[in-house]
Design a protein. Structure first.
Length: 315
């Protein structure tokens, strides 16, 4: 028991303040956010990180919100494994609803898996590792509720959600009008999510959504433009540090204007054609595009192996 308490105290240091009433927790390479509702004195968890994040979330909640350390709701920007990981553990203790966009529901109720990641897109170690990331859908049946159509967020007065598909079909971002604070999930990120080094050092960038996990680049561009038009004063994203003020606005605007050259990968299976998804999940996935050099290398290896075997038989 004492050990657990010590671990929780250590985990406490992981949280950081983003803005009044908003805190972030970083676990390895991903962020989640705790948002207080000033009127009701309750709070909402935005995204649920990795499996290992449950302890950090509970420790931060206890310190920031005790005695009301159980949130009124959990809101998901999307359902990728690094944004829902702690849910099974948290929901065993917390009887709270989990809200998501209706187009994200198939991936949160075991109905559909996301389109496969694209290890050809983006370069970087995280990209190459992407095929190892869990992609089976989590099943939140019994806990999942759909976000209201009027764009309000249950439990968060003064906030609204913005539909930002592309990275996933039902991806949302959260915006607080009063101080123009934007929680953008993975619609864009403030690091280079593809590179393991950037992910660890949290170097400051404003980049498009993680390339290996984005199956619709046309929607992703429209979503970034929509968010840039809000002219947020502060942004906090799924990966990277919060960024503020004119410097960030300039970088976000630049990304929106030059999205095709800055964010879209040069090659990969979703570059020419997007995956198609509907209310029941993925409907169509374009064929994998194998780079020419890889095909050539494969053919050469086959020829060399064949020649070697042939020579061995002869001798
Ligand atoms: Zn994601
Ligand atoms: Zn992510």
């Amino acid at each position: 028991m004492e050990n657990i308490t010590n671990m929780e105290e250590m985990a406490d240091r992981a949280w950081f303040q983003v803005a009044p009433g908003v805190w972030g927790i970083r676990d390895l390479f991903v962020n989640m956010y705790l948002v207080r509702n000033e009127r009701t004195r309750s709070w909402v968890l935005v995204d649920a990180g990795l499996r290992t994040s449950a302890l950090k979330i509970k420790a931060a909640a206890r310190q920031l919100f005790a005695p009301h350390f159980v949130p009124s709701a959990i809101v998901l920007t999307h359902g990728h494994f690094d944004h829902v990981g702690a849910l099974p553990s948290l929901l065993r203790e917390w009887e709270v609803p989990v809200y998501a966009h209706y187009l994200e529901a198939p991936y949160l109720t075991g109905r559909s898996a996301y389109p496969p990641p694209d290890p050809c897109a983006g370069g970087g170690l995280m990209t190459m590792m992407s095929w190892t990331f869990p992609k089976d859908p989590i099943d939140l049946n019994g806990h999942l509720l759909l976000l209201p159509e009027d764009k309000t967020i249950p439990g968060l007065d003064g906030w609204r959600y913005i539909e930002t598909p592309g990275h996933t079909p039902g991806h949302i971002s959260l915006f607080r009008e009063e101080d123009k604070l934007l929680l953008a999930g993975d619609a864009f990120v403030t690091t280079r999510a593809e590179a393991l080094s950037s992910t660890i050092t949290q170097a400051k960038h404003v980049s498009g959504p993680p390339k290996y996990f984005t199956p619709d680049w046309i929607s992703a561009e429209t979503s970034v433009k929509k968010l840039a038009e809000l002219q947020p004063e502060a942004v906090a994203t799924g990966h990277g540090r919060p960024l503020y003020g004119a410097g960030m606005q300039h970088r976000l605007q630049w990304l929106a204007e030059h999205f095709k050259t800055l964010a879209k990968p040069r090659c990969g299976r979703y570059v020419e054609e997007a995956a198609v998804a509907g209310v029941n999940g993925v409907e169509y996935v374009p064929a994998a595009r194998i780079p020419k050099w890889l095909v050539l290398a494969g053919v050469l290896t086959l020829v060399a192996t064949g020649a070697l075997l042939y020579n061995r038989r002869k001798s």
